[in-house]
Design a binder for this molecule. Structure first.
Ligand SMILES: Cc1cc2nc3c(=O)[nH]c(=O)nc-3n(C[C@H](O)[C@H](O)[C@H](O)COP(=O)(O)OP(=O)(O)OC[C@H]3O[C@@H](n4cnc5c(N)ncnc54)[C@H](O)[C@@H]3O)c2cc1C
Length: 466
C-alpha cells in the first residue's frame, strides 16, 4: 500500500526508545513479524518497530512524539480481529497493549470492574465469576481476545441476544488521544449524563480515535443456572422461522446459534447426536436464570421448535455434550479455512423478521457467482456469519461481486454490513454502501479533530480519499 509516511530513521527510533524505555521496544525482525497480522488470514504488514506498553504514561510519550515526528502508530490488543484493524498497513510503530493486563478492581458492592486493556476476556469472566458476578460479552474468541480489543471493536457474541454487546458494559474509559493527552470518559456509577458521550464515541472506533488504557466495566449477578436445547431442522429457513416464533412468543434465550447444511457437512461428524446427517440446519438454544423457571422455558421453546417444523428436539443435553457442541461450533471457521483456498468472511445483520427470507435468497447467489456460502452464527439477533468460499484463489474478483450483491440485499432489508467484526482495512471499500456521504464527511471531521496529523491507525475504517 502506498504510504505518505516516511520509514522510521535511526534518529526517530532512538527518540522512541528514549520516550518509552528501551525494554519496551522490539527491533528484531523475527520478533516483530507476528505483530504484522491479526485473525484476518490474508492481511499482513511488517511493523517497523513494536512497542509493548506497560503504562499510559509511556503511550502519552509515544503519541506526542508521533505527532512531532509524524510516524504512524497502530494499536493492537491480542490480534484476533477479523477486519485487519490491527495490521500496521503504513508501517511505523505497532503498539501492543498485551502487557497491560491487570484486573485492577472487582467491586462486588458496586457491581463493577476496573481493568487494563490487555486483560483476556476469559480472565475477566473468571474473576467476576469468583465474586458471584457476570461479565456477559462473549465473543467466540473470548479465550484469546482482549477487553481493550473488545471495546475498540464493540465486540458481540452468542449471549448478545439477551445481554447486548460490549458497549452496554462500558461505564467509562481512560484513553490516550492521538495528540498524546490522557482523558477519562464516562462514570463509575450506573447512571451519568454529563457532557457528550465520549465513551460511546471511543467504543467501536477501531483504534482510530484513541488508545484505550483502562476500562470501567459493569457487572451483573451471575445467573444461577443454564439449560440447553438442540433442534435439527429440515431446512435453514424452517430453523429461522422457529427462532422467529420463539422470540415472538416472548422468550429471551441467552444463546440462539445455528449451523447450515454446508457447515454440517464439514463438522456434523463431530456432533454428539443421531440424525445430524438428515438435517439441513442445526439450532442451539440456551436459557439462563433460576433452575425451575428455565426448565419450564426450555420445554416450551422445544415445543415451539417442533411446531415450526423441527424434526427433532433434544432437551438439556448433559454437560459433556454441551461442551462438545460449543467446540464444534468453534471448529466451523477453522475447517472452512483448512478446506477452501479462498474464504471471504462477512458478518452481516438483518432484522429478525427477515432472516428466513434472507437465507432463502442465498442459493441462487451461490449459483450465480460460483461460490459456496457457509452460513452460521448468532441467529437470535440476526447476525449471520457468511463464509464465501471457492476452490481457487483466482475466483476472488467474482466472489467480491457476489459479496457486493449480498451486502446490498442486506441493506435493502434494513440490515447492516457488519454486526461485530468492524470495518478495519478489509471492509472500508463497502463503507459507502451503508453510510451517506454526509455521515462519512462528518466522521472524517471527527477523526481529524481527534487526530489532526492522522498518525493513529491510518488507513482504517475510511477508504483513501479519491
Ligand atoms: C475464532 C474467532 C472467533 C471470533 N468471534 C467473534 C465474535 O463472536 N464476536 C466478535 O465480536 N468478534 C469475534 N472475533 C473477532 C475478534 O476476536 C474481536 O474483534 C475482538 O474484539 C478483537 O480483540 P483483540 O484483542 O484481538 O483486538 P485486535 O485484533 O488486536 O484489535 C482489534 C481492533 O481494535 C483496536 N484496538 C485493540 N486494542 C485497543 C486499545 N487498547 N485501544 C484502542 N484500540 C485498540 C485495533 O487497532 C484494531 O483496530 C473472532 C475472532 C476469531 C479469530
Amino acid at each position: 500500500m502506498a504510504s505518505n509516511f516516511r520509514p522510521l530513521d535511526p534518529e526517530t527510533i532512538a527518540r522512541i526508545r528514549e520516550a518509552v524505555a528501551p525494554a519496551s521496544v522490539i527491533e528484531d525482525r523475527d520478533k516483530r513479524e507476528p505483530f504484522g497480522r491479526d485473525g484476518t488470514v490474508e492481511a499482513f504488514a511488517m511493523p517497523e518497530l513494536v512497542v509493548e506498553a506497560t503504562s499510559a504514561v509511556q503511550i502519552c510519550a509515544l503519541l506526542k512524539l508521533a505527532n512531532e515526528l509524524r510516524f504512524p502508530v497502530t494499536p493492537r490488543g491480542l490480534g484476533t480481529g477479523l477486519a485487519g484493524g490491527a495490521v500496521p498497513i503504513h508501517g511505523g510503530v505497532l503498539l501492543s497493549l498485551a502487557k497491560m493486563n491487570r484486573i485492577l478492581t472487582i467491586d462486588r458492592d458496586n457491581f463493577l470492574a476496573v481493568v487494563e486493556p490487555g486483560v483476556l476476556n476469559k480472565d475477566l469472566k473468571d474473576a467476576a465469576r469468583e465474586a458471584g458476578l457476570y461479565y456477559p460479552p462473549d465473543p467466540a474468541s473470548y479465550d484469546t481476545c482482549s477487553i481493550g480489543g473488545n471495546a475498540a471493536t464493540n465486540a458481540g457474541g452468542p449471549s448478545c441476544v439477551k445481554y447486548g454487546v460490549t458497549r452496554e458494559y462500558i461505564l467509562g474509559l481512560e484513553a490516550v488521544l492521538p495528540t498524546g493527552e490522557l482523558i477519562r470518559t464516562g462514570v463509575r456509577t450506573r447512571k451519568g449524563v454529563v457532557g457528550y458521550d465520549l465513551t460511546r464515541l471511543l467504543v467501536g472506533s477501531e483504534g482510530t480515535l484513541g488508545v484505550i488504557t483502562q476500562l470501567v466495566l459493569k457487572l451483573i449477578p451471575h445467573p444461577p443456572a443454564i439449560t440447553t436445547l438442540v433442534a435439527l431442522c429440515p431446512s435453514l429457513s424452517s430453523a429461522m422461522e422457529a427462532i422467529r416464533a420463539v422470540l415472538g412468543a416472548g422468550y429471551v434465550p441467552c444463546v440462539v446459534e445455528f449451523l447450515d447444511r454446508h457447515c454440517l457437512d464439514l463438522v456434523g461428524d463431530l456432533l454428539p447426536f443421531e440424525g445430524v446427517r438428515d438435517a439441513d440446519a442445526f439450532l442451539l438454544i440456551e436459557t439462563d436464570g433460576a433452575p425451575e423457571i428455565i426448565a419450564r422455558e426450555i420445554e416450551a421453546i422445544g415445543e415451539i421448535c417442533l411446531g415450526s417444523g423441527a424434526d427433532q428436539v433434544l432437551l438439556a443435553p448433559d454437560a459433556r455434550r454441551r461442551d462438545r457442541m460449543w467446540d464444534v461450533r468453534k471448529a466451523v471457521s477453522l475447517r472452512i479455512e483448512e478446506r477452501y483456498p479462498l474464504d471471504v468472511h462477512e458478518d452481516i445483520v438483518v432484522p429478525i423478521r427477515c432472516i428466513a427470507d434472507f437465507v432463502r435468497k442465498l442459493p441462487p447467489l451461490e449459483a450465480a457467482y460460483g461460490m459456496k456460502i457457509f452460513t452460521f452464527g448468532h441467529a437470535g439477533d440476526g447476525n449471520l456469519h457468511l463464509s464465501m468460499t471457492a476452490e481457487t484463489r483466482e475466483a476472488r474478483e467474482r466472489i467480491e461481486r457476489g459479496i457486493e450483491e449480498i451486502l446490498k440485499l442486506v441493506l435493502g432489508m434494513g440490515g447492516t454490513i457488519s454486526g461485530e467484526h468492524g470495518i478495519g482495512m478489509m471492509k472500508s471499500k463497502y463503507l459507502s454502501l451503508e453510510l451517506s456521504p454526509e455521515s462519512i464527511r462528518l466522521q472524517r471531521r471527527i477523526k481529524a479533530l481527534f487526530d489532526p496529523q492522522g498518525i493513529l491507525n491510518p488507513g482504517k475504517v475510511f477508504s483513501p480519499l479519491p
